[in-house]
Design a protein around this ligand. Structure first.
Ligand SMILES: *[C@@H]1O[C@H](CO)[C@@H](O)[C@H](O)[C@H]1NC(C)=O
Ligand SMILES: *[C@@H]1O[C@H](CO)[C@@H](O)[C@H](O)[C@H]1NC(C)=O
Ligand SMILES: *[C@@H]1O[C@H](CO)[C@@H](O)[C@H](O)[C@H]1NC(C)=O
Ligand SMILES: *[C@@H]1O[C@H](CO)[C@@H](O)[C@H](O)[C@H]1NC(C)=O
Ligand SMILES: *[C@@H]1O[C@H](CO)[C@@H](O)[C@H](O)[C@H]1NC(C)=O
Length: 303
């Protein structure tokens, strides 16, 4: 009984091997994980049934689906001494890492972005006197991860003249976002996650002070802060000053501040601008998470 089962199983695997590949095979991992912005290598090696092959060889990589997905990379080597000359993917972020003459089609992708999250398929074609080709059907899934980054932080006025602060962070795994600050009793927050992005709103800002948004996931955390100050002007109209210490979105902060300035054109606005400029000088985007504490301290001292 047991030996008969084993015999059938062996027969099956011989038949399967004989039909499916005739010596062709592709070896790729099911998944490759990379951090956003980094360089990643997609491994792909193959075997072929020919004892030697030194004629024209074409290496191809597709995305999305096998056989008719978009070709993102293609190179052709005419002889065994010829390098594989890129014909598709020129001046691009794709580069062949492996030596296709050594049955290695590994591809490098520089500076991966969210857009690169896809399935990748390698293919090799022999031409010349011998026409033969093979493509991986399984494909490699490129899984992207990213430490948290504060994308946007702002304070806005509702229709009912109440203020709310909004913080948008990105990351994968999706970060958890928390607001900290002089929270009043009825301040509530709402999260709205979309792909890699999450927005958390702090409603009914009442108390003046520094409001800090923290985004955290397994890869790290990032912080942004907004200073919220309301001054009651003589005639009962509210003047609002907001200082943004969301480094990495300094352009946005400047735009918002200039917008406020255009609206109020007061002394208080001038002070805001100065602080904002100093903040711009002190806070290179790249050092966001490290410089945030010192910058917010210096801002706090000046206020
Ligand atoms: C790829 O092939 C599938 C099935 O053969 C077809 O439905 C699809 O439209 C094709 N896609 C392209 C881009 O040609
Ligand atoms: C394929 O080429 C890459 C890049 O040169 C190398 O890192 C990898 O080890 C090679 N794979 C095999 C199986 O030799
Ligand atoms: C991402 O892909 C879309 C379409 O697939 C394209 O329009 C957009 O320019 C790409 N963005 C980047 C940064 O590559
Ligand atoms: C930041 O958020 C504000 C308010 O929601 C919005 O007006 C602005 O366009 C956003 N900026 C960016 C760069 O997403
Ligand atoms: C609570 O929110 C309401 C508006 O919904 C506002 O009128 C009131 O001043 C707030 N009270 C406190 C203590 O924040």
């Amino acid at each position: 009984m047991g030996s008969r089962g084993f015999f059938l199983l062996c027969l099956l695997c011989i038949v399967k091997k004989g039909i499916s590949s005739k010596g062709w095979s592709m070896h790729v991992p099911a998944e490759v994980t990379s951090e956003i912005g980094k360089t990643v290598a997609l491994p792909c090696t193959f075997t072929h049934p020919h004892s030697t092959y030194d004629k024209t060889l074409t290496a191809i990589w597709r995305v999305k689906e096998p056989y008719n997905g978009t070709v993102i990379f293609k190179c052709i080597a005419h002889s065994s001494s010829d390098v594989c000359r890129t014909t598709v993917g020129l001046k691009n972020r794709y580069k062949l890492l492996g030596n296709p003459r050594q049955n290695n089609l590994s591809l490098q992708i520089d500076h991966v972005s969210w857009n690169d999250s896809n399935r990748y398929f390698c293919r090799v074609e022999f031409s010349g006197d011998l026409h033969d080709k093979y493509e991986s059907r399984m494909g490699i899934r490129l899984h992207l991860i990213a430490p948290p980054r504060i994308v946007n932080i702002s304070v806005q006025m509702d229709q009912d003249h109440a203020f709310h602060a909004k913080c948008t962070a990105e990351g994968e795994p999706l970060p958890t976002v928390t607001w900290a600050g002089p929270l009043s009793d009825n301040a509530t927050s709402v999260s709205r996650p979309t792909a890699h992005h999450i927005t958390k709103e702090l409603q009914h800002l009442v108390l003046d002070g520094k409001y800090t948004c923290t985004a955290a996931n397994s890869l790290g955390h990032a912080e942004g802060a907004v200073y919220f100050y309301k001054f009651k002007a003589g005639s009962g109209s509210w003047i609002l000053i907001l200082l943004f210490v969301a480094l990495g979105i300094k352009l946005l902060a400047l735009v918002v501040i200039l917008g406020i300035g255009a609206f109020w054109k007061g002394d208080k606005f001038m002070a805001t601008t100065t602080l904002s400029r100093q903040q711009r000088q002190e806070s290179p985007y790249e050092n966001f998470s490290r410089s945030i504490s010192s910058v917010s301290r210096s801002l706090a001292e000046r206020i």
